[in-house]
Ligand binder design. Structure first.
Ligand SMILES: [Zn+2]
Length: 201
């Protein structure tokens, strides 16, 4: 799904870990939620899965919030009407208000695809998407060739340069400890995958 912002930007909500999407919890609910988690941890209930599902369902106290990455406008879910309420920023506002509390230290993703034949939805054979909270332009990366950049994705048509760039970026982000998962696919076949936790593999 996506939201058409009043500035005409399309705010997409079709993947996880979006820096412009968040959740709001009422102060009337927050401490009850922490108490519930704490009770679940201390509980002697043998069925641990039951406790996990109790905590997950209590997570439904959250309300959605989005911030347009282009103009900074906020949209907050109104559960009563089912609509999104919009709020105009009154001055130059931080457009990454909803990014991780860990900021630039947030562990993100690196994914890359290569197709020997250019797909109809692309102009290039290879693309690398680094989803991290640092600005790669400010980093001392050792890419021979950065490819062509568009909206934080990098495009290549030279397979060797593409793979070299992927692995060098992978090593860099892993070395900075800001990566949770990385994947490289060539013609739909996974040729490299790495995760800092088993659950992502
Ligand atoms: Zn906007």
């Amino acid at each position: 799904m996506w939201i058409q912002c009043k500035c005409n930007y399309k705010i997409h909500d079709s993947s996880d870990f979006l820096f412009y999407k968040g959740y709001i919890v009422s102060d009337q609910d927050w401490f009850d939620f922490l108490d519930l988690v704490s009770k679940a941890i201390k509980s002697e209930e043998k069925d641990r899965e039951k406790l996990v599902s109790e905590v997950y369902s209590a997570g439904s106290i959250k309300k959605l919030i989005y911030q347009c990455p282009k103009c900074g406008q906020l949209y907050i879910e109104d559960e009563q009407s089912g609509e999104l309420c919009s709020f105009y920023p009154d001055s130059k506002v931080n457009k990454r208000l909803l990014e991780s509390a860990y900021g630039s230290e947030w562990k993100g993703y690196l994914s890359a695809y290569w197709y020997d034949e250019i797909k109809e939805w692309s102009k290039h054979k290879g693309v690398i998407f680094p989803d991290v909270n640092i600005n790669l332009e400010n980093e001392e990366l050792y890419w021979d060739d950065r490819g062509e950049e568009f909206e934080k994705a990098y495009f290549w048509d030279d397979r060797e340069k593409f793979e070299k760039a992927y692995y060098s970026l992978f090593e860099y982000l892993k070395g900075r400890n800001i990566l949770r998962w990385a994947s490289l696919k060539v013609n739909d076949k996974r040729v490299h995958e790495w995760s800092n936790e088993d659950k992502y593999l």
